[in-house]
Write a protein that binds this ligand. Structure first.
Ligand code: FAD
Length: 519
């Protein structure tokens, strides 16, 4: 059984025992990557229960540096989380609902600390939305069983996807492992089904008198908050810059979505692959990752937005991308081995990689001598975000041109991205290294030059991110080494290409062919 199977059986096994636990004390919601009040399944269920039993609703967030560390969570993402938490805490306070932030130093202590917290505040039920990574599923299964022994009923829900994973099945009853058939079922299901029709409303207010009760006064008065990150992880200057670039919290997510619906979505199909066009995509991924916006809310807003207009290719195209997110979460649940450094298609284990730290560093620093790759890597280092087309270009470059193990790139992305999300990042890397669910064979190898000419035709994206090339005119921007004279190129102070693409392509084909032949 997968860790998800174990959690579902534990939920079933304990259902009657959990119902028998008297809900006469506080009811709690545990926030995780769902940092919003609206359309939050577990929060809504907790609020419903609190209301029907006439007991208070209280909230918990567990801040664990070790968990962040274990998932290579980037400082930018941690910082965004802290900023979003502040917004959430203030919004909850207006509803007379306290949010307690529990700091955990040792990951193994999370369960004990959560249970102790429940005991301390007299919690009889704790509701939370599921996280689909292996360790998290296992932790929740244990908590569920330990909770029963201490008279605390834990409830876990699906929340992060538009369509609950594993509901959609092929004619033979199997879950999907290829995107296109999944999408063919997913799209009509979403349009017809109430998964996006009846979004959960915001939670009811607690009774304001709660604040005065001795038992809860301390809970409300928690003023300490996890410290900002040490400067060696994120300097104050960067923290301010990122806060301006990526304002946090649920309200910001909603207004970003609104702006995208007004100005971006109808042109999405034409512009989504163009990193040189500002706001060609929604830049909402960080909000989906933190849960400051739910994917259902986004789809619902698109459908509402288009009710006056027709659902054009932009609307369809964008909803299709949201479906990719659902699909990759489903893959993670059904294939937990991808959480363990393994290729989705395990036969790709035998590909032999290069081990050049120098090449890796040049890729990281955006000094490969391939302008589109360097522009993208510098965008990532600066803004902690990279355009999707560029993610594919740089990932393909790392594992097919430099022949470096895709897992190194996957980890580096998580360490940098403000929208780092295990399922999407892992799937993106496996797609580019050809070991993932995609049906395309390994011989699809991106040519960085033609990608650059096609998707940054005037070179504006490159000029913006690679100042050494800011004065290079015309097509030379894509390939300065070959298209400028030797002396002109030398003056730029820009590196020679790290590797010849034609040679690299042949080498990759050979390595993949040999690797697969070993099975
Ligand atoms: P939009 O074009 O506006 O799309 C809307 C939403 O759809 C996105 O916010 C995202 O939630 C979802 N989406 C779009 N494309 C994809 C996709 N290919 N896979 C899954 N969901 C998608 N996305 C992450 O959220 N976190 C990651 O860590 C991540 N790592 C990636 C690594 C690689 C190597 C690749 C190729 C892709 C990765 N993606 C990741 C997917 C995609 O690049 C980003 O979701 C997208 O660039 C975010 O920008 P946006 O919000 O403007 O997207």
């Amino acid at each position: 059984p997968t860790p998800y199977d174990e959690l579902t059986s534990a939920l079933k096994d304990t259902a009657s025992e959990r119902v028998n636990i008297k809900s006469d004390r506080a009811i709690a919601h545990w926030f995780r990557w769902d940092l919003r009040l609206h359309d939050n399944t577990a929060l809504h269920r907790a609020a419903e229960s609190a209301k029907s039993h006439g007991v208070p609703l209280i909230c918990l967030y567990v801040f664990s540096h070790e968990d962040f560390h274990a998932h290579y969570t980037s400082p930018a993402r941690i910082d965004f989380t802290l900023r979003s938490l502040r917004v959430l805490k203030a919004d909850l306070a207006k509803l007379d609902i306290p949010l307690w932030v529990e700091e955990v130093n040792d990951r193994k202590q999370t369960r004990t600390q959560v249970l102790n917290w429940c005991t301390k505040w007299g919690v009889s039920e704790l509701h939370a939305n599921m996280e689909y990574e292996v360790d998290e599923l296992r932790r929740d299964t244990k908590l569920l069983r330990e909770g029963i022994k201490q008279d605390i009923a834990f409830h876990f829900y699906h929340d992060t996807c538009v369509v609950e994973p594993l509901i959609l099945r092929s004619g033979t009853g199997r879950t999907y492992s290829v995107f296109t058939p999944f999408f063919k079922q997913w799209e009509p299901y979403v349009y017809k089904n109430e998964c996006v029709a009846n979004l959960f409303p915001s939670p009811p207010k607690n009774n304001p008198k709660l604040k005065a009760k001795d038992t809860f006064r301390d809970l409300f008065s928690q003023t300490s908050f996890p410290d900002p990150l040490p400067a060696k992880q994120l300097s104050q200057k960067d923290s301010h810059r990122l806060a301006k670039l990526w304002p946090a919290g649920e309200h910001e997510a909603k207004s970003r979505l609104k702006v995208f619906l007004e100005n971006g979505i109808s042109k999405y199909s034409d512009r989504r692959d163009r990193p040189d066009i500002e706001n060609g995509t929604s830049a909402l991924s960080l909000h989906f990752a933190a849960g400051t916006l739910s994917a259902r809310q986004a789809v619902r807003a698109v459908l509402d937005h288009s009710s006056t207009r027709s659902l054009d290719s932009g609307h369809h195209g964008w909803i299709r991308e949201i479906c990719f997110r659902d699909f990759y979460k489903t893959i993670l649940l059904t294939n937990p081995h991808v959480c363990m450094n393994k290729a989705y298609h395990e036969e790709y284990h035998n590909v032999i990689w290069e081990y050049s730290e120098e090449h890796f560093q040049r890729w990281v620093e955006g000094k490969t001598g391939y302008p589109i790759v360097d522009a993208a890597m510098r965008q990532l280092a600066s803004n902690k975000y990279m355009h999707n087309r560029c993610r594919m270009i740089v990932a393909s470059f790392l594992c097919k041109d430099l022949m470096l193990d895709w897992r190194k790139g996957e980890k580096y992305f998580m360490e940098q991205l403000i929208d780092g999300d295990f399922a999407s990042n892992n799937a993106g890397w496996q797609f580019c290294s050809s070991s993932g669910t995609d049906a395309q064979p390994y011989f699809r190898i991106f040519n960085p030059l033609s990608q650059s000419e096609k998707f940054d035709p005037n070179g504006d994206y490159i000029r913006h991110w690679v100042p050494e090339l800011s004065n290079v005119q015309g097509k030379a921007i894509h390939e300065p080494k070959t298209r400028l004279s030797a002396s002109e190129f030398k003056k730029l102070g820009y590196p020679d290409p790290i590797i010849e693409h034609k040679f690299a392509r042949e080498r990759a084909l050979e390595r993949y062919k040999t690797g697969l032949g070993r099975n």
